[in-house]
Design a protein around this ligand. Sequence first.
Ligand SMILES: [Zn+2]
Ligand SMILES: [Zn+2]
Length: 379
Amino acid sequence: MTSISTSVSGTQRDRDHRTEITAAVLRTLGEPLALEQAFIDVPLVGEVRIRTLAVGLCHSDLHYLEGGLAIETPAVLGHEVVGEVEQVGPDCRSLQLGDRVIASITPSCGQCPQCVSGKATRCLRTAEMRIRERPKLLDSNGQPINLLGSIGAFAEAFIVPESATVPVPDTLDSASACLLGCCVATGFGAVVHGAEVSALDTVAVLGCGGVGIAAIQAARIAGARRVIAIDLHAEKLDRARKFGATDTLLSTSELVAEVDALCPGGVDKSFEAVGSPTTAGLAFDILAPGGTATILGLQAAGKRIEIDAEKLIEGDRKIAGAYMGANQLSRDMLAFADHFERGTLNLVDMVTSHWSFPDINDGFAAMRSPDSIRAVVTF
Ligand SMILES: [Zn+2]
Ligand SMILES: [Zn+2]
């Protein structure tokens, strides 16, 4: 830090080195995002500033916007993002200006016991790593703006630690690449890192949005012998077949019996990609003895999941989390890029609509339709 002249207030000095950008700010829960002028800081030690290229509208963003998940306002949401490095802070060693990267919503220290055992999404210092000496973003009144996941990608630029970025190969277009940071990291990761699906397994996926479709594709790539897609909407099930589902079921009160008819006894691995305690309980109910239900959809703080005690105890079933797919993004990126190039990982058709930044609220309206997997905003 340089010395401060006593005649200049800290706030004024803080404003001086900031850059004006447009950000889509959540002021009031449930209301459309407001496109506002905001002021972004320079990157500090170990940070990079990234010019946003493409950002996916994730159902978590929608839940924060509508108040189902709690966030302090004013806030900038947006976390499934790819951008181009436009400014590099001191002590950054790996990135150059112009590098295209995705941001990880789970920054990891690389040094704690979880990180050194390869479990970066469980880093013990994630909260600590999000602490910063001054706000990344201020509004036009000089008030700090809260940033979802300390990213805030519904803006022309954002700041993250260099260690929370992963370079994107040139073979991936930006609209496809942004999906890798959240829905693909989560759905694909849960299948390969979390539940470790193999060719011997029968799989069911509840919820055929972005995370669910990524899980279906990963289960197909991993060679699962049966992949059952389950959703409330028939149009989503038709589409799930194109991504690799071998069977589809509408979610009804007969679901457990219908799964049993396809896979006697239940499935070996189930994945919940909806974010409700009811579907989480269902994911457990459709398991075969010895099976594992992996719960992926974010749920509000304090929510409880009810499971059948007898099925748990007498059938050795498990219920598990795999936060953000227990991803190892730097390594996973190589696999994503290879599968994308070979055509085995279809990202292009996961983007069901494209929007320009000023139309971001229309994108949110579109993502509520059952036709939508991912709406992507490009800058
Ligand atoms: Zn997300
Ligand atoms: Zn760590």
